[in-house]
Design a protein. Structure first.
Length: 535
């Protein structure tokens, strides 16, 4: 038995460990860090002469990057579907659908995602899709995945008619005769799901297998992923086959609470490659879809209404009841909150959950937190709430936020995308991408957190008081997700006993000009001491 498996050397190692902040070599045994130090110190270890070596040729080594908020299975599926990201006009989007319709058999479903009505000046309708795909049912998720645009065939297959009522927390657009006109908002999407031909287990596993190398190429060693039961099953199957190379902390959706409680499965069930995290709730919608739940109406409403305060996808009492059930079953909660009213209600629920968990063993999180009332900022630290936020949302949303919410809400009476304010208040930050809403690329997230503008954008940082330092942003993609997963004792640092998960970058990220952060090449990604990607 080898006493040492691998030595990584000729590197500038940033450990994020206060006991030893920098080093030049790392020794690995059985998938964990054995020692960190100078090359001479590592070479002096027992078994060093027989260990394999990996020469990083002067690259910078940091703890493995970890995305705290993805929809991994959805992202993998999106790579197989019609890509509508960046379609600046309705005509451009329709052309992409037309091309796909010409390549698949009549009657087969066409799925896609990424369209953004904010570029088009309003919501599209079913008639536009009918013109380019008359022989296929079509369902296209918006960029934020809170709206679905469909054609007449899809509506008919779902059995939705003028007499179909809007569900709680959802809405259908309708024409002058009251007929469904092609947009299903928030919970109304559930009316479509029953008719959609969903990918089977083999298709899901194949999509994930194809997608994982892309995540490693971006420097990722781990993700937190929000999944329905089928997505978790696909990940379990890959793990059983030895094909899961990306550590996954799975946040299952709230409908499974009762089943998990019945069989006694609690948060943390699994192993270091795949385990269960918090229970995920969707409480409101999004800014771009104007369904984020607000205390005051949107300053500018796409439909010309003056009273739009967004949508709560769950009734308050039902939400609070389900939160209590999750806590009783041994799970923390993770709540999608974008509007200030949703953030307030999420904090209210966590305050009640804390009372039901007097030992404080569960860690609760709010996802996105894009708008926050001033009076609610201090509650994150008081209630020990993790702020799971996505920096690239700030850079892609800035114009819409300024327009729809206004400066008053974003600064004077509240906090907009307030990463620095949250950190300074004592909250813990866990940073992510929300892929497939944004690219699954942590370096782009770090840049967005630091620069508060898009790559190549020649204008000032947006709400610059909320910029993070490079170190704070890197910690948000390493230490923050580790803590949110109860893994701070074995992930998020390069230290003896920690899992040997690392990301190697061509240039020193801590000394780079901020504009070069997103193009700093990943030269290697290690999971458990194995190089899952290298140039």
């Amino acid at each position: 038995m080898k006493t040492l498996d691998l030595i990584i050397h000729n590197a500038k190692v940033y450990t994020l460990d206060p006991a030893q902040p920098q080093a030049e070599a790392v020794a690995i045994r059985d998938g964990r860090v054995l020692a960190v130090g100078s090359l001479a110190e590592i070479k002096a270890l027992d078994g060093a002469a027989r260990a394999d070596s990996f020469d990083l040729k002067g690259a910078t080594l940091i703890p493995g990057l970890n995305d705290a908020h993805t929809h991994l299975n959805m992202w993998a599926q999106s790579l197989q579907q019609v890509n509508l990201v960046g379609a600046q006009t309705l005509a451009e989007a329709l052309e992409r659908v037309k091309v796909r319709a010409a390549s698949v058999p009549a009657g087969a479903w066409i799925f896609g995602a990424g369209w953004d009505q904010n570029y088009w000046g309003g919501l599209p309708d079913r008639a536009a899709l009918d013109r380019v795909a008359p022989n296929h049912p079509v369902a296209l998720d918006s960029r934020d995945h809170h709206l679905v645009w469909v054609n007449s065939q899809a509506i008919a297959l779902a059995g939705v008619t003028a007499s179909t009522p809007d569900p709680i927390g959802g809405e259908l657009t309708r024409d002058a005769q009251g007929e469904p006109d092609g947009i299903f908002k928030e919970t109304a999407v559930g009316l479509l799901r029953r008719a959609m031909v969903q990918p089977g287990p083999a298709e899901e596993e194949a999509a994930l297998t194809a997608a994982l190398p892309l995540a490693h190429r971006a420097g990722l060693t781990a993700v937190h992923t929000i999944e329905a039961a089928s997505g978790f099953t696909a990940l379990q199957n890959l793990h059983a086959q030895g094909k899961l190379t990306l550590r996954a902390n799975v946040l299952l959706m709230n409908p499974v609470i009762g089943e998990l409680a019945e069989i006694g499965i609690r948060q943390g069930f699994g192993d270091n490659m795949l385990k269960l995290g918090q229970i995920k709730f969707f409480l409101d919608g999004t800014l771009g879809s104007q369904t984020a739940a607000m205390f005051d109406p949107y300053s500018v409403d796409l439909a010309g209404r003056s009273d739009n305060t967004g949508l709560l996808r769950m009734e308050r009492e039902d939400f609070l009841k389900q939160v209590q059930a999750a806590v009783a079953a041994g799970f923390g909660i993770a709540v999608h909150v974008i509007g200030d009213r949703a953030a307030w209600l999420g904090l209210e629920a966590i305050e009640e959950a804390r009372a039901a968990d007097p030992n404080g063993g569960l860690r609760h999180r709010l996802e996105h937190v894009q708008l926050l009332r001033r009076g609610d900022l201090g509650r994150f630290a008081k209630l020990k709430v993790i702020a799971s936020v996505q920096p690239t949302h700030a850079t892609t949303d800035r114009d819409h936020a300024d327009h729809y919410w206004g400066e008053e809400r974003l600064t004077r009476s509240g906090y907009g995308y307030a990463y620095k304010s949250l950190l300074q208040s004592g909250a813990r930050l866990a940073l992510g991408s929300d892929a497939p809403v944004e690219q699954i690329d942590p370096l782009k997230g770090i840049f967005a957190a630091v620069a508060r503008k898009r790559e190549g954008e020649d204008r000032p940082a947006w709400l610059p008081q909320e910029r993070l330092s490079i170190e704070e942003a890197v910690r948000g993609f390493t230490e923050g997700p580790a803590f949110a997963a109860h893994d701070e004792h074995q992930r998020g640092r390069i230290a003896p006993g920690f899992l040997a998960d690392f990301t190697a970058l061509a240039q020193d990220i801590f000394s780079l000009p901020e504009a070069e952060i997103p193009t700093n090449p990943v030269v290697a990604t290690f999971v458990g001491g194995q190089a899952v990607f290298s140039l």
